[in-house]
Write a protein that binds this ligand. Structure first.
Ligand code: BES
Ligand code: MN
Ligand code: ZN
Length: 503
């Protein structure tokens, strides 16, 4: 990635020259001991400047001093952390993001990882420094590889070296190795989602997953012949109008006990969704390059798990297709046979994600007998109507898995909200001509009928479906993401694995 910061950890070196110095304070304008040492006499100047600026240290606010007298820095940035006794790990990640947002495009910077009386929820100081570092990485991401003409002030003008000052350098470095692996998974997912659809079609997406082999993941690509042999008629029907071939990719990371059932993650990878013959309106259709955000998340997650050597057996399976109108495209009225043997009447060719996932869920269940399956999909516009950009929709046949996902979401800020499932909704996808149809017939409850469709392909396996149409792309920007693609779900699912399924 262009202009990614180089992050290092070190002890406090008061009096040494730095370009930009970043310190944090609480809502009483108090600094931690490390920051006090780094600031020396300048602390008094800050207090005066804060008064003049009415800066109170409220969370998310900043105070900037240029060429601060008595300090060998060109710029001093004070970031408010609010009530530091309540801080959690994710707050440190967000503070790191806020700090990165204040750094100039080039030059050296020192971020003092120190807060007065940070609460136990934020972990020991070395871990706080590592979390800040992860926030820096996530915030620094920009997708600019296709920009060839830029105004001079937009150009990255050199390297950015950021030293995070902590009193426990050893722990920070060790903890950061893990946080960095996770952040790299997030950035990988963002890159995939941001890529244009002429570049990232199913075959090319599959090719890019081969990069995971470097981290020790096994990667297997199923081609057209393999998919036909498996009988994935639902998935293949979606791709049949495209000049591009469909693919399924299976990624395996075996860091757990030998022979133990894996946890499984499944992703919708519609590289572009025109709607097919039930074609979408032109306005905003370009956003449908992101209809593979679920698959991108699974790839980023597998990369993260392998890179941090998670003690778990995990499998990631993604269905990659392109949904196009064409003389050979699937029609409304067609009946296709899924790998499960169940037949599906196509009512609307734009309800394609569930067709892809139905086959991939069934395949994963049959082949790997996993402990649970979590699938991610930009599945319905209806989930945006229900939840906006704040929560992903969670649908599940298992209370324990749902609770764990909810907790992991709260911990990472990638929040999920559970939605209902039930026989009354299930009935809505019964078909006159086949075992089921691919839409509910009414717009009402559209996210739920889509989930009911998926549930018909999971049997008794504990399963959760995350509808990320509102969070995977074009989502609310925040301190740790300024990009169209959020990489949503990588941190949530990494935490789910770390907190409940490792060791
Ligand atoms: N990929 C879309 C859902 C979507 C919409 C994702 C907006 C991100 C933003 C999906 O394939 C789709 O077209 N769903 C239809 C289903 C309908 C035809 C039953 C929808 O939501 O309108
Ligand atoms: Mn669609
Ligand atoms: Zn779609």
């Amino acid at each position: 990635m262009a202009n990614a910061p180089k992050i290092a950890f070190g002890p406090a070196t008061p009096g040494k020259a730095v370009g930009t110095l970043v310190v944090f304070c609480d809502e009483a304008l108090k600094f931690g001991p490390l920051a006090v040492r780094m600031l020396g006499e300048v602390a008094a100047v800050v207090t005066r400047a804060a008064k003049a600026e009415r800066f109170t240290g409220k969370s998310g606010t900043t105070l900037e001093l240029l060429i601060p007298q008595g300090l060998k820095a060109d710029r001093l940035v004070v970031i408010g952390a609010g009530r530091t006794t309540d801080l959690k790990r994710q707050d440190l990640v967000n503070l790191g993001g806020a700090a990165m947002g204040k750094l100039p495009k080039a030059g050296d910077a020192v971020v003092v990882a120190d807060l007065p009386a940070a609460s136990k929820g934020a972990g020991p100081s070395g871990h706080q420094a590592a979390d800040l570092g992860q926030g820096l990485m996530l915030r620094a991401y920009a997708f600019d590889r296709y920009k060839t003409k830029r105004k001079p002030d937009e150009l990255p003008s050199g390297t950015r070296n950021v030293t995070i000052v902590t009193d426990d350098v050893g722990t920070a470095r060790k903890a950061f190795a893990e946080r960095e692996a996770i952040a790299e998974g997030v950035l990988m997912a963002r890159d995939l989602v941001n890529e244009p659809p002429n570049v990232l079609y199913p075959e090319e997406f599959a090719r890019r997953t081969l990069a995971l082999k470097k981290t020790g993941c096994a990667v297997e690509i199923l081609n057209m012949a393999a998919l036909k042999k498996l009988g994935m008629g639902a998935l293949l029907g979606v791709g049949q109008g495209s000049a591009r071939e469909s693919r399924v990719v299976v990624m395996r990371w075996n860091g757990g006990k030998k022979g133990e059932a894996p946890v499984a993650f499944i992703g919708k990878g519609v590289c572009f969704d025109t709607g097919g013959i039930s074609i979408k309106p032109a306005a905003g259709m370009e956003d449908m390059k992101g209809d593979m955000a679920g698959a991108a998340c699974v790839v980023g997650l597998m990369q993260a798990l392998a890179a941090r050597k998670a003690k778990v057996n995990a499998v990631g399976v993604i269905g990659l297709v392109e949904n196009m109108p064409d003389g050979n495209a699937q029609r409304p009225g067609d009946i296709v046979k899924s790998m499960s043997g169940q037949t599906i009447e196509i009512i609307n060719t734009d309800a394609e994600g569930r067709l892809v996932l139905g086959d991939v869920l069934w395949y994963t269940k049959e082949k790997f007998k996993p402990k649970f399956m979590v699938n991610l999909a930009t599945l319905t516009g209806a989930i945006l109507v229900a939840l906006g950009h704040e929560y992903a929709g969670l649908f599940s046949n298992n209370d324990e898995l749902s609770e764990r996902l909810t907790k992991s979401g709260e911990a990472t800020g990638e929040t999920v909200w559970r939605m209902p499932l039930g026989p009354a909704y299930d009935k809505m996808i019964d078909s006159k001509f086949a075992d089921m149809k691919n839409t509910g017939g009414s717009r009402y409850g559209g996210a739920i009928t889509a989930a009911q469709f998926l549930q018909r392909f999971v049997d008794k396996t504990p399963w959760a479906h995350l509808d990320i149409a509102g969070t995977g792309m074009d989502s609310r920007q925040n301190e740790i993401n300024k990009s169209w693609a959020s990489g949503w779900g990588v941190r949530l699912l990494d935490r789910l694995v770390a907190d409940y399924y490792e060791g």
